[in-house]
Design a protein around this ligand. Structure first.
Ligand SMILES: Nc1ncnc2c1ncn2[C@@H]1O[C@H](COP(=O)(O)OP(=O)(O)OP(=O)(O)O)[C@@H](O)[C@H]1O
Ligand SMILES: [Mg+2]
Length: 276
C-alpha cells in the first residue's frame, strides 16, 4: 500500500517498468501533487540513483518550462519524488486523442526551444526529449518538460558504445551522437535533434524513422534522411517542413551555438504569420 504522510492518492496515471506515477492531494500543504515512485518493493541501487539524480538536477531549478519538484521522500525501501501538478498530461496522450492545429504545434515548438535554451545555459542536457516527457495543460496553455532521470549537468558528455537495446534514451527520438556510434560527444544539440523528431511526428502523424528494430533505428539516425514532412501526403500537416525535418536529418544539417534555437524560433514565427 502506498504511504507518504499527508498524501492521498486520487489516481494512478502511469505505470512503467521501474516507476509508477500518481495524482495525489497533499493535505498538509493543501495542494494537488504528482508522485513519481519506484515500483519495485526492493528497488536496485541503479533505480534509486536515477531518481536521486533526477531530483538533484531539477530541484532548485527556477525554470518555468520544467515541472517543479517539491521534495524527495522515503517510500518503503525506495524513494518517491513529489512533483508539481499543474493539471497537465503528456503530449503522447494528447496526440493519441486529438489532432493538433499547426498554430498550436508551432507555439509548442517555440516554448520548448526556449526552455531548452534556458536549460543549456545552466548547463543541463535532458537527453530524453519525446512526447511522453512533455506535459501540457491545454486549458492554461502551459507546456513543461518532465523526466530528468537520465539528464546531466554538463556541457558535453561522451556516450559509451553499447548494444542498441541498452542505449540510454529512447531510440525513436535519439540523436546520432547519443547512439555512441559517431565518435562524437553529446551536447545540447542532441536535445534539439530529439525535439525535431517530436515536431516531425506532430506535423506528419508519423515518426521520421518508424522502424522498431533497434539496430535499424540506430542506422537510420546516423545515415538516413527522413521523407520531408511536406511530401508525406494526406494526413500530414503542411507548412512546418524544414523545422520538423531539421531534427530528423544528418548531423551536418544542424546549426551550432545558440543560433540553433534562435533560428528555430524565428522560423516558427515566420510560418505562423504566413499560415495562421
Ligand atoms: N507532472 C506531471 N503531470 C502529469 N503527468 C505526468 C507528470 N509527470 C509524469 N506524468 C505522466 O507519467 C508519465 C511517466 O513519467 P516519467 O517520464 O517522469 O516517468 P518514467 O518512469 O521516467 O517514464 P519512462 O521511463 O517511460 O520515460 C508521463 O509520460 C506522463 O504521462
Ligand atoms: Mg518518461
Amino acid at each position: 500500500m502506498f504511504a507518504i504522510s499527508g498524501c492521498q492518492i486520487t489516481a494512478e496515471i502511469y505505470s512503467g517498468i521501474n516507476t509508477v506515477i500518481y495524482r495525489a492531494y497533499d493535505s498538509v500543504r493543501q495542494r494537488q501533487v504528482i508522485i513519481k515512485a519506484l515500483k519495485s518493493e526492493y528497488p536496485t541501487l541503479e533505480e534509486i540513483t536515477r531518481l536521486r539524480q533526477e531530483y538533484a538536477i531539477v530541484h532548485n531549478l527556477n525554470c518555468e518550462g520544467v515541472v517543479k519538484t517539491y521534495s524527495l521522500e522515503k517510500h518503503g525501501n525506495g524513494l518517491a519524488i513529489i512533483l508539481e501538478d499543474f493539471g497537465g498530461y503528456s503530449l503522447d496522450r494528447l496526440l493519441a486523442s486529438q489532432k493538433m492545429e499547426l498554430k498550436e504545434i508551432l507555439r509548442l515548438a517555440i516554448v520548448l526551444a526556449e526552455t531548452l535554451g534556458e536549460l543549456h545555459k545552466i548547463p543541463i542536457i535532458h537527453k530524453d526529449i519525446k512526447p511522453s516527457n512533455i506535459i501540457i495543460n491545454p486549458s492554461t496553455g502551459q507546456i513543461k518538460l518532465a523526466d530528468f532521470c537520465i539528464a546531466s549537468r554538463l556541457d558535453w558528455e561522451t556516450p559509451t558504445i553499447t548494444n542498441p537495446n541498452e542505449i540510454v534514451g529512447t531510440l525513436a527520438y535519439i540523436s546520432p551522437e547519443a547512439t555512441g556510434r559517431m565518435n562524437r560527444s553529446i551536447d545540447y544539440r542532441s536535445d534539439f535533434y530529439s525535439l525535431g523528431v517530436t515536431l516531425y511526428e506532430m506535423l506528419t502523424g508519423q515518426l521520421p524513422f518508424p522502424s522498431t528494430d533497434p539496430m535499424e533505428l540506430v542506422h537510420c539516425h546516423i545515415a538516413k534522411q527522413p521523407v520531408p514532412p511536406e511530401e508525406m501526403g494526406a494526413g500530414g500537416q503542411r507548412g512546418g517542413g524544414a523545422e520538423g525535418q531539421r531534427g530528423g536529418g544528418a548531423e551536418e544539417q544542424r546549426g551550432r551555438g545558440e543560433k540553433n534555437s534562435q533560428s528555430s524560433i524565428r522560423y516558427c514565427d515566420e510560418v505562423i504569420s504566413q499560415n495562421c
